[in-house]
Design a protein around this ligand. Structure first.
Ligand code: ZN
Length: 846
């Protein structure tokens, strides 16, 4: 439990630590409830620092002794750390602490998971392992000795020596403590080999628990692909003799980029055709790449302080999205990313949790691993690349690596390399880092003589952290189409810098149709009454073609919700043509059939001054699905049949695209046939993609319960598959039943609520079920609050993240607002609430 009166930390208050750390030596004597950690650390006064206070972070540690230069000292200890008088010349600090990994349910520091030891130190977990200046700008080499009976004993860097019951590791690359890792357990290695571009031989291992050996091959291949890609595209070579990945079952996030020893949530690395869906495979490939890419963008060059988190995360997300685009389909990846950005980041920007990509204050940094820092942070890099061009981007990034290797940097350093290598002034561009909020871009058109003119007006809604937003630099990729659908002007990038700005295109013999914000070239809301039906038929930009279908679908849904209008026939006609077009990628056609999320419709209604009714939204979407089934009815079975994969399963873009389109057809077929085809697919499925899709369609049909029972019987011993079973039932519940379904699942003997994956599968699914979570009787709100209150003392980090389910509460009607408010009050007044959850609830209630 933490302090009652949390402090706010400000970017502007940054000062360097008073000491540098030359070397760190750690010895671990492992025991589940009483691990001893001995440290030997060489400090020297930091000439660049004015504050010479010797403060070492430390939480939940029992100090057994401490020495300076061999002499016992008696430091002053508080709940946050210790202070001690030290000489003002270099000295050696030694200490021994005792910690309790088995009692550590917060999954931060050294903890136990399924019988193994593992660590999670980002952001501030190292201070739960030993006393240390736990801040990213303090970098040092680490030598680690592990004593324990476990057969596998791992840490960062290269192995030095080992024997029965011990192993020693040395990491030659100076690193901050948040990149420290240790793993010990009875693990099986899935080995691999890699030779770098300069001939360095690297040993690769994916360590898993016995029984998971058959789920390693894909992850290993993804790692090799990532290593090759980073050499080819960014010129970055791996820098140790060994690279290890470990899968752990209990993990708060997806994965962690510890130097040379990445620790993964098992859901983010273990994969087999029988147990993982195509989407799982794609996500795993991306996360392995992401963590590997951090070796350069995060580890070799790290962050000066946690306000700079986007320096490593935005850039690394951008890099992993480039990787996925290269490995798979670029348009499909871009569309998926934009769906995700709108669903999570725009939501953040629209509510009380809005914050800049680089926040200026926080209470608990764990609460800032957000869609804004990660995904909007990546969008900012993408815009920068669009503005300067691909070649200039590469040159600037090379300069970044040359200039800053081995340093702890800031966003200013990052921008500076672009200014220095391109000669551009990026002062205004920097607002993308300092201003919260999603800019709205209103477009008007005129056509006079043969000149076509576009006028853009930008406006960013004010938010708590950015009450007075200034105009931003918005790169708008656009093209012009002629009336026959041919290109009148290929893609150009317009740079919008002012509140209002016009661009003229002379020499247009006829009025063209504009295609604006191609490839979603900036994370903005476009307000433009475009000819979406025309663009859906003709746009040469695949993103905007998809966007047109989205816009038509959304317009139609909004008209149904507001005025009870029937689904728009222009949309359904356009959709039918695209779905029937065999020259288009099946994955892309599957995306075309998708509809905006119900929460997005609620957001739009709210933004336009209406009060969203979750039940009405749910009904409108259901009516639209029915209309799709009718419009596409002649092609449902033929397309379903044509997209059955007969070859052996591979999770590549081609096969998974076919399955995506086939299953999109099956969803609509099931509305018609009561589940006969879905049942047949379920019965004959030989991979999880086909099995799970069929199961999802059967839920709610007559055969649903039997299929759920069969699935449970088949997969009861596979945790990751059972997470799907828990989640799917909530996702597919009728709105009125969602909370009851979740409640029943929390009583299932296999509902291990301390496991973040299982907790999220069940209660996270409820929070994402728009009409179910917002059930009028408040049952969804109450259930989530009950469980957040229960989880908070056990795992503050996961609790706090899930509080974001309440961030949209002011969109809804007075009755729902009152119900949610009561739950927020109840959580806030829970005695001993964690700093993490207190901060989140505090911000949401504002
Ligand atoms: Zn990352």
């Amino acid at each position: 439990m933490r302090d009652a009166a949390p402090q706010t930390i400000y970017l502007k208050d940054y000062t360097p630590f008073g000491f540098t750390v030359e070397e760190v030596h750690l010895t671990f004597d492992l025991a589940p409830s009483a691990t001893r950690v001995t440290s030997r650390i060489k400090f020297a006064p930091n000439p660049d620092a004015t504050d010479k206070t010797f403060f070492l972070h430390g939480e939940e540690l029992t100090l057994r002794w401490a020495k300076i230069d061999g002499e016992t000292v008696e430091p002053t200890i508080t709940a946050e750390g210790l202070t001690c008088n030290v000489p003002n010349i270099p000295f050696v600090w030694e200490s021994e602490v005792q910690i309790d990994p088995a009692g550590n349910t917060a999954l931060e520091g050294l903890y136990r998971s399924s019988g193994m030891y593992c660590t999670q130190c980002e952001a501030e977990g190292f201070r739960k392992i030993t006393y240390y200046p736990d801040r990213p700008d303090v970098m040092s080499t680490f030598t680690v000795r592990i004593n324990g009976p476990e057969p596998v004993l791992l840490s960062n860097g290269n192995p030095v020596a080992s024997g029965k019951g011990w192993a020693e590791w040395h990491d030659p690359w100076p690193k901050p403590a948040y990149l420290f890792a240790l793993v010990a357990g009875e693990l099986i290695a899935h080995p691999g080999k890699f030779t770098t571009m300069n001939g360095r031989k690297v040993e690769l291992n994916l360590y898993v628990r016995p029984g998971d050996e058959h789920k390693c091959a894909f992850g290993m291949q993804a790692l090799k692909d990532s290593m090759v890609w980073d050499e080819k595209v960014y010129g970055r070579e791996y820098d140790l003799d060994i690279f290890n990945i470990v899968a752990v079952d209990d993990f708060n996030m997806g994965a962690m980029e510890n130097k040379g020893l990445n620790v993964f949530n098992s859901s983010a690395v273990l994969a087999s055709p029988e147990t993982s869906t195509d989407q799982n495979f794609e996500r795993i490939e991306a996360i392995i790449a992401h963590e590997y890419f951090h070796n350069w963008t995060g580890n070799r060059i790290t962050c000066r302080d946690w306000f700079q988190l986007c320096l490593k995360e935005g850039l690394t997300v951008y890099r992993d999205s480039q990787f996925t685009s290269d490995m798979r389909s670029a348009p499909v990846k871009r569309i998926s990313d934009v769906i995700d950005l709108r669903g999570r980041q725009f939501t953040e920007d629209q509510g009380p949790l809005a914050h800049p990509v680089r926040p200026e204050s926080f209470q608990e940094i764990n609460n800032f691993y957000t869609a804004t820092v990660y995904e909007k942070g990546a969008e900012v890099i993408g815009m920068l690349r669009t503005l300067v061009g691909a070649d200039a981007y590469s040159k600037a990034v090379d300069l970044y690596f040359d200039r800053h290797d081995g340093q702890a940097c800031t966003i200013e350093d990052w921008i500076q390399v672009f200014e220095d290598s391109t000669g551009r002034d990026l002062g205004q561009f920097k607002r993308w880092y300092s201003q919260a909020g999603t800019p709205h871009l209103k477009v008007t058109e005129s056509y006079e003589g043969d000149t076509y003119t576009l006028t853009f007006a930008q406006h960013t809604p004010p938010s708590a952290t950015t009450p007075d937003p200034k105009p931003q630099v918005i790169p708008v990729a656009m093209g012009l189409l002629a009336a026959d659908g041919s290109e009148a002007m290929g893609t150009q990038v317009l740079e919008i810098t002012k509140d209002t700005q016009s661009f003229s295109f002379p020499g247009q013999p006829a009025r063209p149709v504009p295609s604006i914000l191609r490839g979603f070239s900036a994370p903005v809301v476009l307000d433009h009454s475009a000819d979406h039906a025309f663009l859906l038929a003709h746009d040469t930009d695949p993103f905007n073609r998809w966007e047109s279908a989205r816009a038509l679908a959304k317009g139609s849904l909004m008209a149904t919700i507001r005025q009870g209008k029937a689904p728009d026939s222009a949309y359904l006609e356009g959709l039918t043509k695209v779905v029937a077009d065999d020259s288009l990628d099946p994955a892309y056609r599957a995306l075309m059939i998708g509809l905006p999320a119900q929460s997005e419709l609620a957001a739009s209604l709210h933004a336009e001054g209406d009060v969203p009714d979750p039940d009405a939204i749910h009904l409108a979407v259901d009516a639209m699905r029915e209309a799709q089934a009718e419009a596409l009815q002649d092609m449902l079975h033929p397309l379903y049949d044509a997209h059955q994969v007969t070859q052996d399963y591979v999770p590549d873009a081609a096969q998974s695209g076919k399955r995506a389109l086939g299953n999109a057809m099956l969803a609509l077929i099931t509305r018609r046939d009561g589940g006969a085809v879905a049942q047949a697919q379920y019965d004959t499925a030989t991979n999880m993609t086909q099995q799970l899709a069929a199961l999802g369609f059967l839920i709610g049909a007559e055969q649903g319960d039997a299929a759920l029972g069969a699935f449970e019987a088949q997969w009861k011993d596979d945790r990751l598959v059972m997470d799907k079973w828990f989640g799917l039932q909530v996702m597919k519940a009728k709105p009125d039943d969602a909370a009851d379904t979740a409640t029943a699942l929390t009583r299932h003997h296999d509902f291990n609520w301390k496991n973040p994956n299982r907790f999220r599968a069940t209660l996270g699914a409820l929070a994402m079920h728009h009409a179910g979570f917002h059930a009028k009787d408040g049952s969804g709100y109450a259930l989530l609050a009950d469980w957040l209150i229960k989880l908070d003392p056990v795992n503050p980090q996961t609790t706090a993240r899930m509080c974001s389910a309440f961030q949209t509460w002011r969109r809804y009607d007075a009755i729902r607002q009152t119900l949610i408010k009561a739950q927020l009050e109840r959580i806030a007044s829970t005695p001993g609430l964690s700093r993490d959850t207190a901060e989140m609830i505090g911000r949401i209630r504002e």
